[in-house]
Design a protein around this ligand. Structure first.
Ligand SMILES: [Zn+2]
Length: 65
């Protein structure tokens, strides 16, 4: 399954971070994806393929008009 997301969007992952959060913000998109935990502000970098297997949902961070 392929997901569409960009910098600033939020990802809900299947696996819980040790801090208890499932929600991450996308900081950088490339062959590796950099994520910021929205609860504890820890940053992780994951290969895109590994990450996409773990995504449960994408929440778009669209600017309000
Ligand atoms: Zn965390």
């Amino acid at each position: 399954m392929s997901w569409e997301y960009k910098v600033g969007d939020f990802l809900v992952l299947r696996k819980k971070h040790p801090c208890g959060s499932f929600r991450w913000q996308v900081l950088r998109v490339g062959s590796d994806i950099r994520l910021l935990c929205t609860a504890c502000s820890r940053m992780v970098t994951l290969p895109r393929q590994d990450l996409e297997r773990r995504i449960r949902a994408v929440e778009k961070n669209d600017p309000t008009p």
